[in-house]
Design a protein around this ligand. Structure first.
Ligand code: SMG
Ligand code: MG
Length: 367
């Protein structure tokens, strides 16, 4: 397969409601899509990076620049290309995993479509549908939070994740437990908002039987998480810290986490995401699939990944309408708390042209 060019699309999709985390509030998702054109057909990639470097160091304009200047030219010059060759070809360029992940996803989609194989089949799927959780932003008040959580439970979500930060942690967790009981699967995500001096406050979460606390400390603080783990009964799950299969292995070995959130974009692509899954499985560490407010394209690939056997916890693989009134693909719709794993070639979904045109703010062709 030969890569002949890549179309880069900047997209802006309004969210159904603002999404507030410990690092900021978003009311629209600005993202970057790639359409890889190859000798064997096309493929789609979606970049997990946000518009601003607040979740991690990557951001929209930076992703576009590195793709344009380094990553896409390296693949165009490569000759015969397969998705497995993408990471080695790009390895000399340090970092920029989200940019690399988007490009590898587009090449993988083109390759799989050409072979008539689905993402799920290629990655090692062992089930036709996956259990879904939902990530709930920080709210202005407890009554508002209880309304929102109640709505998601009514919709069928099988697990609730509350975004937390200092000042919004024990109270919302306690309120959700009191209203909805001890049986709902409940977890929290701090997006690095705490430090080791918060041990006493985080210990106050222990009585609520949470599945996990996600990324309490800063990204690079592996040993801090290991120290914190000694003081908490609630299992620590890492998100931002885990950027590769190697870093997952290190974090597990050092006792920094008992659970891992796998986001393909954060680790450089779906192929590395599978390796993270394999490392965790080998250590008996459960994993679940995280989310970056994906459109139907990224969601299709995430659901496929989440159907691998080590994904034993419900993911942030919510339905399209969790974030978007209208998706750019056919929407993913919850069925008894689950999403079906697409079975068609490649991602199994494609953008609806009119819908994609409506949300595209800029386009360029790299060849
Ligand atoms: O896609 O459902 C989703 C979002 C899930 O909370 C979510 N993602 O840290 O896990 C995380 C966040 C990162 C994005 S917040 C803007
Ligand atoms: Mg997270």
């Amino acid at each position: 397969m030969k890569l002949t060019g890549v179309e880069l699309l900047r997209v802006r999709m309004p969210l159904v409601a603002p999404f507030r985390t410990s690092f900021g509030t978003q009311s629209a998702r600005e993202l970057l899509l790639l359409r890889a054109v190859t000798s064997e057909g096309e493929g789609w990639g979606e970049c997990g990076a946000m518009a601003d470097p607040l979740y991690s160091s990557e951001y929209g304009d930076g992703v576009e620049h590195v793709l344009r200047t380094y990553l896409v030219p390296a693949l165009l010059a490569a000759g015969d290309l397969t998705a497995n060759k993408v990471a080695p070809l790009l390895a000399k360029f340090k970092g920029h995993r989200m940019a690399k992940a988007a490009l590898e996803m587009a090449v993988l989609d083109a390759e799989l479509r050409a072979h008539g194989l689905s993402f799920g089949t290629a990655l090692g799927s062992t089930t036709d549908s996956v259990p879904c959780g939902v990530s709930v932003g920080i709210m202005d008040s407890i009554p508002q939070l209880l309304d929102v959580v109640g709505g998601y439970l009514d919709a069928g979500y099988l697990r609730i994740k509350l975004k937390i930060e200092p000042g919004w942690d024990v109270e919302p967790v306690q309120a959700v437990r009191e209203r909805f009981g001890d049986d709902i699967l409940l977890q929290v995500d701090a997006n690095t908002a705490y430090t080791l001096s918060d041990v006493p406050q985080l210990q106050r979460l222990d009585p609520f039987g949470l599945l996990l606390i996600e990324q309490p400390l800063e990204e690079e603080d592996v040993l801090g998480h290991a120290e914190l783990a000694k003081h908490l009964r609630t299992p620590i799950c890492l998100d931002e810290t885990v950027v590769s299969a190697r870093s997952a292995a290190d974090a597990i070995r050092l006792g920094a986490c008992r659970i891992v959130n796998i986001k393909p974009s954060r680790v450089g692509g779906y192929l590395e995401a599978r390796r993270v899954h394999d490392v965790c499985a080998a250590h008996g560490v459960p994993v679940w699939c995280g989310g970056m407010l994906e459109t139907g394209l990224g969601r299709a690939a995430n659901v496929a990944l989440a159907s691998l056997p080590g994904f034993t916890l419900p993911g942030d693989t919510s339905a399209s309408d969790r974030f978007y009134r209208t998706d750019i693909t056919e929407p993913f719709v919850l069925e008894a708390g689950r999403l079906p794993v697409p079975s068609g070639p490649g991602l199994g979904v494609t953008p609806v042209p009119e819908r994609l045109a409506e949300v595209t703010t800029a386009k360029s062709w790299l060849a």
